[in-house]
Design a protein around this ligand. Structure first.
Ligand code: DAH
Length: 339
């Protein structure tokens, strides 16, 4: 009996298990119901009375040794599992989710890119502007309806300070410190006191264009706008200019392009006309040149202003203006391939 116990005790030291399964097999073999330890216990009955005490202690010691060993094996299996043997600190922790450029930025950059290639540089001006740059210098009469409270956000207690309603204010900013030739585009955000809906918003984006030099003609304007329309919407795009009115241009026009959604045959977007309006333009009114320190006898110019949302709607068929400012990633993710 003692020999069997000693043999088992020396076995304990060398027990090993590669995984949970092997460990469980060991437990059953030694400590299970029909295991070796219980075999010993069964035979214990036959041990002579004077040896019972010593043998009993040995069996107990064996049991403790077995339990300790199996616990140690279990422990080492557990630590092995999260021992990070394959840890590679240089690996990217998870696939980096790239953001996407906002659709309005994509289109604005495209507009900038087209006009840069035509020789236009960029100009900027403040969104919180004074009445002079937004209205007076742009030839708005004192009682012009655009100054009305319904369109313009005024800064409280400062009737002279407004949120610019158009980027035409930057024309004035440029002219007051630059003599011709001037050839700039001015992208930026503008504000109007409008109820927010699918078709209107209290802020939106425009790109203004201004070209002043000697001998600038309406033909130059038309050619630049045609080039722009074809670059933006494809080489088959047609344009048409309809007479219009703006205080700062004379003559003035609005430009339509052939509807790029139906190709000009008529659809809901172009209200079955085959044409969609994309910008206002005209020859800079001599009053505007003079008000901003430019000799209207020597210089002439053209100007245009377009809505970035409108062009984006046309390019991507976005039907609700509010999507542009809600920052819903499901909408923004749609533009991942356009980046
Ligand atoms: N400022 C005009 C608007 O907000 C757009 C515009 C029309 C700008 C004609 C121009 C222009 O420079 O020549 O509706």
């Amino acid at each position: 009996m003692t020999e069997r116990i000693n043999a088992l005790l020396s076995e304990v030291e060398s027990l090993a298990a590669a995984d949970e399964k092997e460990l469980e097999a060991l437990r059953i073999k030694y400590l299970g119901k029909k295991g070796l330890l219980n075999d010993l216990m069964a035979d214990f009955r036959n041990v002579p009375a004077e040896q019972k005490r010593e043998t009993g202690q040995k069996i107990n010691a064996l049991k403790t040794a077995l339990q300790d060993k199996l616990n140690a094996l279990r422990q080492s299996l557990a630590t092995k599992e999260d021992s990070h043997d394959d840890l590679d600190l240089t690996r990217t922790p998870y696939p980096v989710q790239l953001g996407t450029r906002h659709p309005l930025s994509i289109v604005k950059n495209e507009i900038i890119d087209i006009f840069s290639r035509l020789g236009f540089s960029m100009a900027d001006g403040p969104e919180v502007e004074d009445d002079w740059h937004v209205f007076s210098s742009m030839n708005f009469a004192e009682d012009h309806p655009a100054r009305d409270m319904q369109d313009t956000f005024f800064v409280e207690q400062h009737p002279d300070i407004v949120l610019r309603t158009h980027t035409s204010s930057v024309q004035s900013r440029v002219m007051e410190h630059t003599q011709p030739p001037i050839r700039v585009i001015c992208p930026g955000r503008v504000y109007r006191n409008e109820a927010i809906s699918a078709r209107a918003h209290c802020f939106f984006h425009q790109v203004e264009g201004l070209y002043i030099d000697e001998d600038v003609s309406f033909t130059d304007l038309k050619q630049v706008l045609l080039t722009f329309a074809r670059e933006m919407f494809g080489p088959d795009t047609k344009i048409r200019l309809r007479p219009s009115y703006f205080p700062f241009t004379e003559p003035s026009a609005e430009m339509d392009i052939s509807c790029n959604i139906c190709g000009g045959t008529g659809c809901a977007f172009c209200k079955q006309t085959g044409w969609v309006e994309i910008l206002g333009c005209g020859m800079v009114d001599p009053n505007v040149l003079e008000a901003n320190g430019i000799d209207s006898k020597k210089y002439k110019g053209y100007a245009f202003g377009m809505g970035v949302e409108r062009i984006t709607n046309l390019k991507y068929q976005v039907k609700d203006l509010r999507l542009f400012s809600e920052n819903d990633v499901r909408f923004l993710d749609e533009f991942v391939s356009a980046n």
